[in-house]
Design a protein around this ligand. Structure first.
Ligand code: SAH
Ligand code: SF4
Length: 396
C-alpha cells in the first residue's frame, strides 16, 4: 500500500520570537557557566581574590544540593547572602502541569519567560531513568511525521531553561543529595537525551553551556556518555558536538534515498544523505564504544521495506553505529500510519543479520502523548488563527 506523502518546505512559515528578559529583573545565576558566574560576581563587587571560592560554593549549592534560596547557603556570611539576594536570582521554569502515564512515564509542561511552554518527559526503565529535554519552543524544521514540526511559534531556550528542565525533574523525583548524607551513586535521572522539542544544533551555544553544567563533576555530574543529542542532520554543526560538548550523537535518518528523505526530513534538501554520511564518517570521537545511533521511524508503506533495510545497512557500512527503530507515534491529523508489527520485525531482522543491534524502541507514555515526536505545547494547540481572532473581535 502506498500512502501519499505530503511535500513540506525546509522551514515553515514560523514566527521566531526573540527572548525578552522581563524588565527590572536581576540576573539569573542558573544557566551561567562557571566563568560567567565568576565574572558576574566580580562585576557586582565581589573582590577578585574571593571570586573563585564563592563561585565554587554557590555552584555546589545550586547544582549539587539543589538549593533555591540564598539564605540557605550557610557556608557564606549573612552579609554575603544578603548581597546575593539583592543582586541576583535563582530562577527556573514553572511547572504548569504534570501527567503520569500508566507505565510510569512523566510528562511536565513547563512555562518559561514570555508565557511560552515546552515539554519534558521522564522515562523510568530497569536500572536507569532517561530525561528527554527540549531545546526550543517548537521547531523551525518541518519533518512531515513530527508533531513539534507543525508548531508555528519558535524561540530558542536559554541555557537556564535547558538545565532547568533537569533540575525540575530532580526536584519532582527527590533526586538531589541531602547535606550531611552520603552521596548517592544511583540517580533517578541517570541519562539525558536531547530528543524533546526543537533542533538542538540550531541552538548550539545554549545547549552546550547547559550540558556543561549538567556534566560538571561538582554538580549534577552526569557523565558525557550519558547524554545523547539527537539531530535531524545539521551538517555544519555536527563536528562541534564532539569537540565542544563531547556527548553521544543520534541522527534522525529515517530514509534511505534522498527522494524519500527530502519528504520526511526536508532539511535533507540542504544536506543530503551523502553529505550527512560524510560528516558522520569524519565525526571526531567516533569509536566502537561511542557509536552513532541512527534513528529510523517506521512509517507504513513509506520507508519500511526490506529493500530499505538493506540499503540502510549498505549506506552506513564502516560507521560504528546502532540502529534504533522507532514505531511511528501517531498524533491527531498525522499523515502517516505506524508500520505493522510483523513488518517492523522483518526490517529489524535484516539489520540484525547484517551485524547491527536493532532494538525497537518501545513507545512510552502514549496515553499522555509523551512519546517521541508527539510533543507540542498546549498553548500552541489551542492557539487561534489571526482570522479567528479578527472574527471574534468583529463579533464583539
Ligand atoms: N529535532 C531533533 C530532536 C527531537 S526529535 C531530531 O529531529 O533529531 C527526537 C526523535 O523522534 C527524532 O528521531 C525524530 O525524528 C523522532 N520523531 C519525531 N516525530 C516522531 C513520531 N511522530 N513518531 C516517532 N518518532 C518521531
Ligand atoms: Fe524538528 Fe526534530 Fe521534529 Fe524534525 S523531528 S520537526 S527536526 S523536532
Amino acid at each position: 500500500m502506498t500512502i501519499p506523502v505530503p511535500q513540506a518546505p525546509i522551514t515553515q512559515d514560523v514566527l521566531t520570537i526573540p527572548r525578552k528578559a522581563p524588565e527590572g529583573e536581576t540576573p539569573n545565576l542558573i544557566g551561567m557557566t562557571r566563568e560567567q558566574l565568576r565574572a558576574a560576581l566580580i562585576e557586582h563587587g565581589t573582590p577578585e581574590k574571593q571570586a573563585k571560592m564563592r563561585e565554587g560554593q554557590i555552584w555546589q549549592w545550586l547544582y549539587h544540593w539543589g538549593v533555591r534560596e540564598f539564605t540557605l547557603m550557610t557556608n557564606l556570611s549573612k552579609d554575603y547572602r544578603a548581597f546575593l539576594d539583592r543582586t541576583f536570582q535563582i530562577k527556573l521554569p514553572e511547572i504548569v502541569t504534570k501527567q503520569v502515564s500508566a507505565d510510569g512515564t512523566r510528562k511536565y509542561l513547563l512555562r518559561i519567560d514570555g508565557g511560552h511552554e515546552v515539554e519534558t518527559v521522564y522515562i523510568p526503565e530497569e536500572g536507569r531513568g532517561t530525561l528527554c529535554i527540549s531545546s526550543q519552543v517548537g521547531c523551525t524544521l518541518t519533518c512531515s511525521f513530527c508533531h513539534t514540526g507543525t508548531q508555528k511559534l519558535v524561540r530558542n531556550l536559554t541555557a537556564a531553561e535547558i538545565v532547568g528542565q533537569v533540575m525540575i525533574a530532580r526536584d519532582d523525583l527527590g533526586d538531589w543529595d541531602t547535606p550531611g548524607e552520603a552521596k548517592r551513586e544511583e540517580r533517578l535521572v541517570s541519562n539525558v537525551v536531547l530528543m524533546g522539542m526543537g533542533e538542538p544544533l540550531y541552538n548550539f551555544d545554549n545547549v552546550r553551556d547547559a550540558m556543561k553544567i549538567v556534566m560538571d563533576g561538582e554538580g549534577i555530574s552526569l557523565s558525557r556518555r550519558r547524554i545523547t543529542l539527537s539531530t535531524s542532520g545539521i551538517v555544519p554543526e555536527i563536528a562541534r558536538t564532539a569537540e565542544e560538548i563531547g556527548c553521544l550523537l543520534a541522527i534522525s535518518f529515517h530514509a534511505t534515498t534522498d527522494e524519500v528523505r527530502d519528504r520526511l526530513v526536508p532539511v535533507n534538501k540542504k544536506w543530503n544523505i551523502e553529505t550527512l554520511l560524510k560528516a558522520l564518517r569524519d565525526y571526531p570521537r567516533l569509536s566502537n564504544s561511542e557509536r552513532i545511533t541512527f534513528e529510523y521511524v517506521m512509517l507504513k508503506g513509506v520507508n519500511d521495506s526490506d529493500e530499505d533495510a538493506k540499503r540502510l545497512v549498505r549506506l552506513i557500512r564502516g560507521i560504528p553505529a546502532k540502529i534504533n527503530l522507532i514505531p511511528f507515534n501517531e498524533w491527531p491529523g498525522a499523515p502517516y500510519e505506524r508500520s505493522d508489527w510483523e513488518r517492523i520485525e522483518a526490517f529489524a531482522d535484516v539489520i540484525f543479520k547484517a551485524g547491527y543491534a536493532s532494538p525497537i524502541r518501545t513507545p512510552r507514555g502514549e496515553d499522555i502523548m509523551a512519546a517521541c515526536g508527539q510533543l507540542k505545547s498546549a498553548t500552541e494547540r489551542g492557539r487561534k488563527s489571526k482570522a479567528q481572532i479578527a472574527a471574534e473581535a468583529a463579533g464583539g
